[in-house]
Design a protein around this ligand. Structure first.
Ligand SMILES: [Zn+2]
Length: 451
């Protein structure tokens, strides 16, 4: 008997030794499918609410814990974009409940154009009555609670795990900035910049079973176009479902890369969204079947906010736009002139930049807004000695974030998007410099050197 106990003790100690300096991982998920009928966000031409769904939408949480003061929380959501009102409320609650610092919690939106209206983001795209706005407001408040519930679930399920990462590739994203005689149009640019990386981070339990898969891709979730009005997560929704079929014990979490100027091509049907979802899941499966790099403690994180400058509001032009033939321009002009008349600052917008580092070679750089693909390509080049996962659509999505090149070229990502987002816009020429200064700041704080 004594020997038996000694053997048992040996294995217990062995396990403790193998987890010393290791990490724990937990996951949580909460359905965020709206009660139907519900208006979808993303396409201005939809004028009726969705009445059916293809599949559920989810908020998912991944918690990686080194110890109770060193954690990383990643929350992914099947929605067009989150607002700072939502994310900062959740941060506040997570700080109070678990002592999680602002820098330790990253939110990402899949940017599905078949998800619910997140009020008041993109309120300009439709004319809604008071009762509908009340429903939107209720959904937004409930969403805040649900994000917290996902964190609670993940915190409660923390167990020792091993993490590993790798990189795959998928080719369905295309640059959509097509140069025409009339300027840059929303089409296809076969020679334009793309980022076809499929970054993958997986967590396995002590038995080697895959329990969590975090994966990303830099492409708009716009395979399903405005001719459809059915709730679904587009290719990212299908990819997560497919991965959870392949790995039945896993929670699959999708994050959007710098997809501002990237569309799936061709597009237009649910079948294509499912096809791309399977293609992306297949790319992740290939990574997990191959050689992945182990990674673990220490965990580090940094968060900063810079200010992006708008060109000065042209009051005369805005007053004219109040009577413009475009109802979108009218609504934007109303918002901007009202803000101006109330004395609100219309010269800058706060822009959060965040980075979380797992071990000494893997960093998730989390950028806010609809960052165009050059941000990702440039960051990976600037920090080439680090394995960089670059996410856009993090924390809050208030408009597109163009690079200097895109600004100079013009088009939707540089100028017109500001109308739909209700921003005075466009940005001043220094946007890219400001974003990269903030990137350098957070990278330095977590010990990632430029190379
Ligand atoms: Zn977009």
């Amino acid at each position: 008997m004594a020997n038996k106990y000694r053997l048992l003790l040996f294995f217990v100690l062995l396990q403790q030794v193998s987890w010393a300096g290791g990490i724990k991982v937990g996951t949580g998920r909460v359905s965020i499918t709206p009660e139907l009928p519900f208006y979808l966000s993303g396409y201005a031409v939809r004028t009726t609410p969705a009445v059916t769904k293809v599949h559920d939408l989810w908020a998912k949480a991944l918690v990686i814990e080194e110890n109770t003061s060193s954690r990383i929380v990643i929350i992914t959501t099947d929605v067009l974009g989150l607002t700072s009102a939502i994310t900062e409320t959740v941060v506040d609650r997570a700080q109070k409940k678990y002592g999680i610092a602002r820098s330790q919690i990253v939110f990402n939106a899949s940017h599905t154009h078949s998800g619910p209206m997140i009020w008041p983001a993109l309120s300009i795209i439709g004319e809604y009555d008071a009762a509908t706005i009340q429903v939107f407001t209720r959904y937004t408040m409930d969403l805040t609670d649900k994000l917290m519930q996902a964190i609670d679930m993940a915190m409660q399920s923390l167990v020792p795990m091993t993490l590993s990462y790798g990189n795959g590739t998928a080719g369905f994203a295309a640059n959509r900035r097509q140069f025409t005689a009339k300027g840059v149009a929303n089409g296809v640019n076969p020679t334009g910049a793309v980022d076809h990386d499929v970054p993958v981070l997986a967590a396995k339990d002590a038995e080697g079973k895959v329990k969590a898969i975090l994966f990303g891709y830099a492409c708009h979730n716009t395979t399903v176009t405005s001719n459809s009005n059915i709730v679904n997560g587009d290719y990212a929704g299908f990819a997560q479902i497919e991965l959870e079929k392949m790995f039945p014990e896993a929670t699959a979490l999708f994050f959007t890369g710098c997809a501002g100027d990237q569309n799936p091509i061709p597009r237009g049907t649910l079948e294509l969204a499912e096809k791309y979802g399977k293609e992306l899941a297949g790319a992740v499966q290939v990574v997990l079947a191959g050689k992945t790099e182990p990674v673990g403690a220490p965990l580090r994180s940094a968060y900063t906010t810079t200010k992006l400058d708008f060109e000065p509001v042209n009051r005369e032009a805005m007053e004219k736009e109040l009577l413009d033939s475009s109802r979108f321009k009218q609504r934007r002009a109303r918002l901007v002139t009202e803000a101006y008349n109330r004395g609100w600052d219309m010269s800058t917008h706060p822009y959060p930049v965040q980075a979380v580092r797992i071990g000494n070679k893997l960093t998730l750089l989390a950028l806010s807004g609809e960052t165009v693909v050059d941000y990702s390509l440039k960051a990976k080049k600037a920090f080439s000695s680090e394995r960089l996962f670059v996410a856009g659509y993090c924390n809050e999505v208030v408009c597109y974030i163009p690079t200097q090149k895109v600004q100079a070229e013009g088009g939707y990502e540089a100028v017109e998007n500001m109308i739909y987002y209700g921003m005075p816009g466009p940005f001043k020429k220094n946007v890219e410099d400001k974003v990269f200064a903030a990137i350098n700041t957070v990278m330095q704080q977590i010990g990632v050197r430029k190379k």
